[in-house]
Design a protein around this ligand. Structure first.
Ligand code: PMP
Length: 446
């Protein structure tokens, strides 16, 4: 135990020489009243300690110890425009003076729905919620009401939020067991977990009881795997033939892989789309949008869509400003995201290669995933064989060099990342990769 103290054995490593003392103290303080010391369990994995931040501007973060970082975690994805983008702040400031919520309609919700329907290729009608998990739940409810069926097909390694029915077969899992304590095993009784990128497996899973097939159209959460050529088209055909609703969960890919998300990038239109994260540029807002005839179950009140915060005016103002900015300057933002994403992935690969660190980086535009693995990682099975503890060690070394990444492997870039950021990051990667390779060579912490 270090002199700063630690509440968790996982965070007892020697951190003091790297200047995380205040984060350490903050974690210890938080742990006394905040269960687990972090507000979302994913943050607990950060080594040497879950870092506490005080400020973020553009692509940069500052922590309580005064350390500065180039940020590639982006709040787990939402900050596609970087931290505190001015067009979003200006819209939110305007709204803050006009009320925080009316419990009634307002103009922004229609404007935002129009913007979503304009930018997402398959969207004709839309509804709003607050989080991605909740929107997935709504999408499934709509699909069940629209088809009069109950079964849902999801895919191994795909993540659709933390609610019980779909919280099975998530990244790191092999079967359909509950992924957390307290999860109702019965809740996923009507869910079939299927291999992704496998046309035959999908065809076999599609009985006449299937209401919906839900997938991440590019499997970002399990390793940034692209759909195999022709797979999305085939899934489109098979679901249409089976009378099942095809749902693309674009909580990560929406507005990130293209203005119109993965469906635009890969040219396949689902029946329903789930949006979250980048839609709100940091504010909690999500959406389900899709074909008019499917969404009709909400319009005609067969599905009662409720929620105190649905399209609340502050979040709606942020989302409208974000979508407007992305749409208005799409010709600048998307090529930039593509080139920054590619350059970052390339820096990681070449820095690791020079250091002899077996790092695999899968990248699709502005989203990527890193693994420490001696083999290419192209599937859920490959991901299970990779070395997550070694990647966490690399993430820690990056942190110590001023580069903030999600310890699990996800990597994001924003429109705010600059050439200077990339140059600085390249140097940091070289040092972090060398140190990680040395530590792994020495068998330290394996
Ligand atoms: N779907 C996908 C693809 C996600 O990545 C996430 C969150 N990581 C969710 C749904 C759930 O979103 P939220 O955390 O906002 O509930």
């Amino acid at each position: 135990m270090s002199q700063e103290g630690s509440v968790s054995g996982e965070h007892e490593a020697d951190h003091t020489s790297h200047g995380f003392q205040r984060s350490m103290a903050q974690f210890e303080r938080a742990s006394r009243s905040l269960a687990g010391g972090v507000a979302t369990a994913f943050r607990a994995a950060q080594q040497p300690v879950p870092v506490s931040f005080t400020a973020g501007h553009g692509s940069r973060l500052t922590d309580v110890d005064g350390n500065g970082y180039v940020d590639y975690a982006l709040g787990f994805g939402p900050m596609l425009l970087g931290q505190s983008p001015e067009p979003v702040l200006a819209a939110v400031r305007r709204q803050l003076d006009r009320g925080l919520g009316y419990g009634a309609s307002h103009e922004l919700e229609a404007e935002l729905a129009e913007a979503v329907c304009r930018t997402v290729p398959s969207a004709e009608l839309c509804v709003f919620g607050s989080t991605g998990s909740e929107a997935v739940h709504v999408a499934i409810r709509i699909a069940r009401a629209a088809t009069g069926r109950n079964r849902v097909v999801k895919f191994l390694g795909h993540y659709h939020g933390w609610l019980d029915p779909v919280h099975v077969g998530i990244p790191g899992q092999t079967g359909k067991a509950p992924a957390t304590g307290g999860q109702d095993p019965e809740a996923s009784a009507a869910v079939t977990v299927c291999r992704w990128n496998d046309e035959e497996a999908l065809a076999a899973a599609l009985g006449n009881d299937v209401a919906a097939v839900i997938m991440e159209p590019a499997a970002i959460n399990v390793g940034a795997f692209p759909p195999a050529p022709g797979y999305l088209e085939r899934a489109r055909e098979l679901t249409a033939r089976a009378g099942a609703v095809l749902i693309f969960d674009e909580v990560i890919t929406g507005y990130r892989l293209a203005l119109g998300g993965a469906q635009q990038r890969f040219g396949v239109r689902p029946d329903l789309t789930v949006l979250g994260k980048a839609l709100g540029a940091g504010f909690p807002i999500s959406a389900v949008c899709g074909r008019r005839d499917v969404m009709a179950v909400v319009a005609d009140h067969r599905v009662s869509h409720v929620g105190t915060f649905n399209a609340n005016p502050v979040c709606a103002s942020a989302a409208l400003a974000a979508v407007t900015e992305l749409e208005r300057r799409a010709d600048v933002h998307y090529p930039h995201l593509e080139s920054v994403g590619t350059a970052f992935a390339q820096s990681l690969r070449s820095g690791a290669e020079a250091a002899g660190l077996p790092l695999v980086i899968n990248q699709i535009g502005a989203a990527a995933y890193g693994f420490v693995s001696d083999q290419p990682v192209r599937s859920h099975e490959d991901a299970l064989a990779a070395r997550p503890a070694d990647y966490r060690r690399f993430a820690r070394a990056l942190l110590e060099e001023g580069v903030h990444v999600i310890p699990r492997g996800l990597l994001y870039v924003s429109t705010a990342h600059t050439t200077a950021d990339l140059d600085e990051t390249r140097d940091a990667i070289t040092k972090a990769a060398a140190r990680t390779a040395e530590e792994l060579e020495a068998g330290d912490g394996r």
